[in-house]
Design a protein around this ligand. Structure first.
Ligand code: BGC
Length: 733
């Protein structure tokens, strides 16, 4: 995000004309408050929604008739800088008040959680990352930006780029997985997609990278929990995606809820001022997470709201999401001299700069024809991209006996409540999907011309209908079982202490297997699951995640062989929950896990992951050979030969890893450095070359300094983090 001198002057002039109250108003974000219109208090409604007493659809119906306060009076008085609203006409109305009825006519920046698409819902991020397709990451973000703007939203609370190594944490679904290299490439592509098409204000929004930082390392995988880690771990694993996003010009950042080594990110001056704004050079602003400033009182770091607000503003938190603490307390603090005016001015300058960069002063409204265009339905190219993204995001974990793909001549018994749950396919953070756009797996199979009979039998919750299960077993030539999690079982506030298949689904699968018919399992879920039993007993497992509105078309295409799965895991799958946190790039231990007793292992479970990062099968097979490594000036040249050794065309993701064999700090056993999607015809062979600047072989130490250390490096290349060829090279820095 770069401003011209003229734009900077505009901001400076505006700032010089603002009253203190108006300035603090810019630092205040509001969302519509629910003020009544139903029988129970709003807090209880939310509780009912959370504990499942109130279905989502019912909740939305109630909300559509609820009375809401859009804070018009405060907007008019210049006391609101940002709103969170998704309705385009409502957004136009509020913008009009800000533009025409407030003293200085400053537009609102309108934020919303467009995490993986707005109405065109793409796969959840952990799934999309499995495509290892940077071009796709960018395209889906660009489309999300366009759709957001057409609804009056100019600030997307995305990408979520928290590295996540613990599948118990429900929010693993929202981010690109466990690896800093994949996470950084994902972050860069998303920022480009959201922000870079500036040919029209209709095409870009301000990105909000979140949650800064180390939220994914919350202790025991429990959401909002404390995080402790070394500086080197922070710098090497959790900061790289944010650094990449800043290099790409991300306009804003949302701070995380957690404390890091005892200081909540919300009031953490070192993280916000020194690293983010200083070292990484954020040009735009930082917003708190919802209610997080007030939560500093609960953290026991502030005595009261006023204290929390002062600490946050001084630490560099520019905007308060949802508490009014800045609005209520900062003015007095400035007036009595405890809060320097500079702190306020800096925050407001940053916020206004983003508004100017967004073109909001000249183009605050959504044209009515753009609103109407979406009301007519989704454009075909949006539907096509949703489908393509879904197709690339599936991971074939196992395909024993090449049971897949199925033929259209086979009679399929489709089993599982999730198979026809069109309202479960979009994942936990999709907020604007419409039922008429959603394709369930059953509908997808039907429209693809499969011979399919549906037997719901049961799902992640509740009982199994055994009679129906037996009928399903008798009827089909092949059974396709769709099992997994509902969308509410992952996402925010959805941590789990047991990540095996929920409910009685394992018993359902056992019964299906006992029929002796071939069983194909499709997983629909938002986190890596612990699949030890499933991997041992089920011949075929297709990981399909929550793939967004065209999930059914994509799954049908994979099952019937119209496409060849190419996804690779962005997160390792443990064998059992007790292994969590578990990830491929763990530091080398003195006693690596093995069969011997006194090694880093468990007595009652494997020490290694079940399906590792980067794993994913295809309907064809690939072989890597002839790994060569050499130095070329400041770079390392790696070449490997890839051959399609099977009988179908297919796409392999070639992965290139490095290990620093001996360093002054314990380094990971393997670290991804680059990857490439390569499509090959049967029998075709290609040499794949990677060029890596040697400076990428360093690491951060515990002072946050980047170190390049001479010595021996191992180089790996292959089709997963586990199956790799290996070479060595000695480098001198
Ligand atoms: C979440 C954020 C989200 C915000 C606004 C919070 O609870 O942690 O990810 O952007 O709400 O909806």
């Amino acid at each position: 995000m770069k401003l011209t001198q003229e734009q900077k002057d505009f901001v400076a002039d505006l700032l010089s004309r603002m009253t203190l109250e108006e300035k603090i108003g810019q630092m205040n974000q509001e969302s519509p408050s629910i003020v009544g219109g139903f029988d129970v208090p709003f807090s209880e409604l939310i509780e009912m929604l959370t504990d499942g007493r109130l279905p989502q659809e019912e909740f939305e119906k109630i909300m559509s008739t609820a009375k809401q306060d859009f804070h018009e009076e405060d907007i008019r008085a210049g006391l609101v800088g940002s709103m969170m609203v998704k309705d385009p006409r409502e957004n136009n109305r509020l913008q009009k008040i800000a533009m025409e009825e407030s003293r200085l006519g400053i537009p609102l920046i309108i934020g919303f959680d467009v995490i993986h698409g707005f109405r065109s819902v793409f796969p959840i991020a952990i799934a999309e990352a499995c495509s290892f397709d940077d071009e796709l990451f960018e395209k889906t973000a660009r489309m999300a930006a366009k759709e957001s703007r057409a609804h009056g939203i100019n600030w997307n609370f995305a990408p979520m780029i928290d590295a996540a190594r613990d599948a118990r944490w429900g929010r693993v679904s929202e981010g690109p997985g466990e690896d800093p290299c994949l996470g950084s490439r994902f972050a860069r592509a998303k920022i480009r997609g959201l922000q870079n098409d500036r040919s029209s204000v209709k095409n870009y929004v301000a990105a909000c990278t979140k949650h800064y930082v180390a939220y994914g390392a919350c202790e025991s995988g429990r959401d909002y929990n404390t995080t402790s880690m070394s500086v080197s771990n922070l710098y090497n694993i959790y900061l790289p995606a944010f650094r990449a996003a800043m290099e790409e010009g991300a306009a804003t950042v949302m701070a995380a809820f957690n404390d890091l080594n005892g200081i909540p990110c919300t009031v953490n001056r070192w993280l916000l001022r020194d690293i983010l704004k200083g070292e990484m050079g954020l040009e735009g602003f930082v917003v708190s997470d919802a209610n997080a400033i007030r939560e500093c009182v609960a953290h026991g770091i502030a005595e009261n709201d006023r204290d929390a607000g002062v600490q946050a503003a001084q630490a560099g938190m520019d905007m308060d999401m949802g508490t009014h603490i800045y609005k209520d307390f900062l003015k007095a603090e400035v007036e009595n001299g405890t809060m320097p005016m500079d702190v306020i001015d800096e925050a407001v300058r940053r916020i206004l700069s983003v508004k100017v960069w967004l073109g909001l002063f000249d183009n605050p409204y959504v044209p009515e024809e753009d609103i109407e265009a979406y009301e007519k339905g989704l454009p075909t190219e949006h539907i096509a991209l949703c489908r393509k993204a879904a197709e690339e995001s599936m991971v074939l974990l196992k395909n024993e006996g090449n049971l897949l793909p199925l033929s259209r001549k086979q009679k399929i018994s489709l089993v599982g409540n999730l198979a026809d749950a069109a309202d479960e396919i979009c994942g936990a953070w999709a907020m604007a999907w419409k039922k008429e756009d959603c394709v369930s797996i059953l509908s997808g199979l039907r429209s693809a011309g499969a011979d399919v009979e549906y037997y719901p039998c049961g799902g992640p919750e509740g009982e199994i209908n055994w009679d129906e299960t037996d009928r399903a077993c008798e009827a089909g030539d092949v059974i396709v079982a769709v099992v997994g999690e509902t969308d509410a079982m992952s996402g925010e506030a959805s941590s789990k202490a047991d990540i095996t298949l929920p409910g009685k689904q394992q018993a359902l699968l056992t019964r299906l297997l006992s029929s002796g018919k071939p069983v194909v399992t499709v997983l629909m879920n938002g986190r890596p699951l612990a699949l030890q039993w499933e991997a041992e007993h089920l011949p075929v497992i297709l990981e399909a995640w929550h793939l967004g509105i065209r999930m059914g078309d994509a799954v049908a295409a994979a099952l019937l062989g119209d496409i060849n799965p190419s996804g690779k895991l962005s997160s390792s799958f443990p064998a059992v929950t007790g292994q969590c946190p578990v990830y491929y790039n763990h530091p080398s231990t003195g006693r690596p896990g093995s069969k011997s007793k006194f090694t880093s292992r468990y007595l009652d479970a494997p020490w290694d992951v079940l399906f590792p990062f980067g794993h994913g099968r295809s309907y064809t097979s690939f072989g890597c050979s002839d790994l060569q490594v050499s130095e070329a000036g400041d770079s390392l040249e790696v070449a490997v030969s890839l051959k399609n050794t099977g009988e179908r065309e297919g796409t392999e993701v070639v992965q290139f890893y490095v290990q620093d064999v001996s360093a002054s700090l314990v380094r990971p056993v393997k670290e991804l450095k680059d990857y490439r999607r390569v499509s090959l015809a049967p029998g075709e062979e290609q040499e794949i070359r990677f060029t890596l600047p040697k400076t990428a072989l360093g690491f951060y130490d515990n002072e946050g300094h980047y170190r390049l250390e001479s010595g021996l490096f191992r180089i790996f290349a292959g089709g997963s983090s586990r199956d790799t060829l290996e070479a060595e090279i000695r480098l001198l820095f």
